[in-house]
Design a protein around this ligand. Sequence first.
Ligand SMILES: [Zn+2]
Ligand SMILES: [Zn+2]
Length: 182
Amino acid sequence: MAPRMVEVVPLNISDKDLMSAVATEITRIFSFPCRVGVAERLPAELLDERRGQYHATRILEHLAVSDRTSFRLLGVTTLDIFTPILRYVFGEAMLEGRAALVSTYRLSTAPPGDDFPSNRSVFVSRVLKECIHELGHTFGLTHCDDPACVMAASLDMTHIDAKSTQLCYYCKIMLKDELNKN
Ligand SMILES: [Zn+2]
Ligand SMILES: [Zn+2]
């Protein structure tokens, strides 16, 4: 059985500080050990040449069958990703599955009136929220109605900026139940 360790997989991304911030936050929220794994470059066949974007679902499948030993794999990439029904996505995950994915590509847009992207902390906080959110799906959590909860659905940047990296009381209980099932 794979060790109950979460692995952050850097995919076409070189920001080491960001990767370790993600790993630290994952351990804080989910109480699992988390490490930053070996970086990789995505195979060219995962690129949709017509759209100039990478296919999120196929990246998840690529991660899920990898011979990495951790029980959860979270890919983080700077590449622009999409699913067939959406123009782009911030992230994607297998519900109760092994793999999750977050793209930083669209997370560096300035909030109105802000001097972003010079404001790195806003960017980092968005990435952390999306990583916790997508990983939450792999542990069986679904979308939450509490706009401050990290499991709230984020259709645009205002939604992401409005929420915290924290699970609400209800989602924490759901997570505990899900983890006790396995
Ligand atoms: Zn979601
Ligand atoms: Zn919640």
